[in-house]
Design a protein around this ligand. Structure first.
Ligand SMILES: Cc1cc2nc3c(=O)[nH]c(=O)nc-3n(C[C@H](O)[C@H](O)[C@H](O)COP(=O)(O)OP(=O)(O)OC[C@H]3O[C@@H](n4cnc5c(N)ncnc54)[C@H](O)[C@@H]3O)c2cc1C
Length: 405
């Protein structure tokens, strides 16, 4: 067991592994990536793997564009495999208020150089024949969107980091971060203490638990998200555009000859990770197929295939939601050497190459390459909300993922 590291990254999911990779790629030395379980084994491999380029803010669009570029050159950059498909996507409004959101999306997207346009429901059906025009008010085509195999990202970044000199420590749990006079001096783990002056808390659903054990607070809510993968279906091509139905908050993309689909339901399940016990892993999370069938029924006029296709795989994970739907990335106030990379808001895997690189630059050079103030934990005053109020806000952000009102 090593006793010292220059940078200690806690959590080898997409966010932690990407941070470790870009730290060593940017010349950082003595980087250690620690995980309580197998490398990249928790929420990250269970994601849908969709890249959505039209975001609510200009900063997020700039970041996701950078991330998409890195996903395309992932194998060249990391030396590890990543299967991805540039499929584009169709964002579907069924209600007038959602048509207005699409119009705004198009203006913002075009301003930032995205390939976005409004197309007719019939044209959308021609691009993806599984989407029926019945009940569709407007469709935005996003040419930039893509999807990738989620199981390859965190593991790929971690192996790429290891090949450049980082140390991987799986099956090692961090129990708390150690401070002296407001500065990080190391971490206590189940296999001994590691000394070091910089720590990144990228522990996904457990981020808050580690922070609180170390006397810090971070307002995020571990939230269940699940999906189905159907059996292969005649006529499904890998390059069919993904579909998002705004008010139902249902998403669909091609997967292994069938479809992968999920929903941001009205009443998501929230977790207190502490109460799940010390040995809880994401694979132990109970899944609830009834939620998905309820929303298959909601969209059956537009996506009848979801109600009829047989299910090959049902999986889920625990992303973290914040009160404003934005990630939490950067240093914590009042401490020296402690950084967060969390608050993924169900979109952390696709953005991980951009956030990981920005955080690596911040740690090594003292500043991020772009202004990341909107992602700072300081935007939330400590104790702003009770747990119930925080969950209420997180629930709203989750349900309104596609920007519909
Ligand atoms: C069904 C579903 C669909 C999704 N779809 C998308 C999508 O289309 N696009 C997208 O971008 N995102 C999507 N997401 C979200 C995405 O999965 C997350 O944003 C991303 O995986 C978060 O990565 P992470 O590194 O924060 O967490 P994780 O992958 O969970 O990694 C955290 C790691 O920290 C480790 N850890 C925890 N506690 C400790 C400790 N004490 N000591 C050491 N290590 C510890 C854990 O073992 C774990 O490996 C989806 C998620 C789900 C569940």
């Amino acid at each position: 067991m090593i006793e010292h590291a220059d940078v200690i990254v806690i959590g080898s999911g997409g966010l932690g592994a990407a941070t470790a990779f870009y730290l060593v790629k940017r010349g950082g030395r003595n980087v250690v990536l620690i995980d309580k379980y197998d490398i990249g084994s928790q929420t990250s491999p269970r994601a849908a793997g969709m890249v959505s380029c039209v975001r609510k803010s200009e900063l997020m669009i700039e970041l996701i564009k950078l991330a998409a570029e890195r996903i395309r050159r992932f194998t060249r950059e990391t030396g590890q495999p990543l299967d991805w498909v540039h499929s584009g996507s169709l964002k579907v409004a069924r209600r007038d208020e959602d048509v207005a959101v699409i119009e705004d999306d198009i203006v913002r997207g075009r301003r930032l150089g995205l390939d976005v346009e409004r197309i007719s429901p019939e044209e959308a059906h021609r691009l993806n024949p599984f989407l029926e025009p019945d009940g569709v008010a407007a469709v935005m085509r996003v040419g930039d969107d893509m999807y990738f195999n989620p199981a390859q990202v965190a593991v790929g970044f971690a192996r790429g980091a290891q090949a450049r000199g980082a140390t991987l420590l799986p099956h090692t749990a961090v129990t708390r971060v150690l401070f002296e006079g407001g500065s990080v001096v190391g971490v206590e783990t189940t296999r001994g203490t590691i000394h070091g002056s910089i720590v990144v808390d990228a522990a996904g659903a457990w981020t808050r638990q580690i922070a609180e054990a170390s006397g810090l607070s971070i307002p995020l809510v571990p939230t269940a998200q699940q999906l189905f993968v159907t059996d292969p279906l005649p006529g499904v091509r890998a390059d069919l555009p993904m579909v998002r139905i705004m008010d139902a908050a249902v998403y669909v993309r091609p997967c292994d000859g069938g479809f992968l689909w999920g929903v941001y339901e009205e009443d998501p399940r929230f977790f207190d990770m502490e109460s799940l016990g010390e040995n809880f892993q994401i694979k132990h999370m109970l899944l609830d197929a009834a939620v998905l069938w309820r929303y298959a029924d909601d969209v059956k006029r537009q996506l009848p295939v979801l109600s009829t296709a047989s299910v090959h795989e049902h999986r889920g994970g625990i992303p973290t939601m914040t009160a404003d739907g934005q990630h939490i990335v950067g240093p914590t106030p009042g401490t020296r050497g402690f950084f967060f990379a969390s608050g993924c808001n169900v979109a952390g895997l696709s953005i991980s190459p951009a956030l990981g690189d920005a955080l690596a630059a911040w740690i090594l050079e003292g500043a991020p390459p772009m202004d990341l103030t909107p992602l700072a934990v300081t935007r939330f005053a400590p104790g702003s909300w009770s747990e119930e109020q925080l969950r209420g806000r997180a629930r709203w952000q989750y349900r309104h993922f596609y920007g519909s009102v």
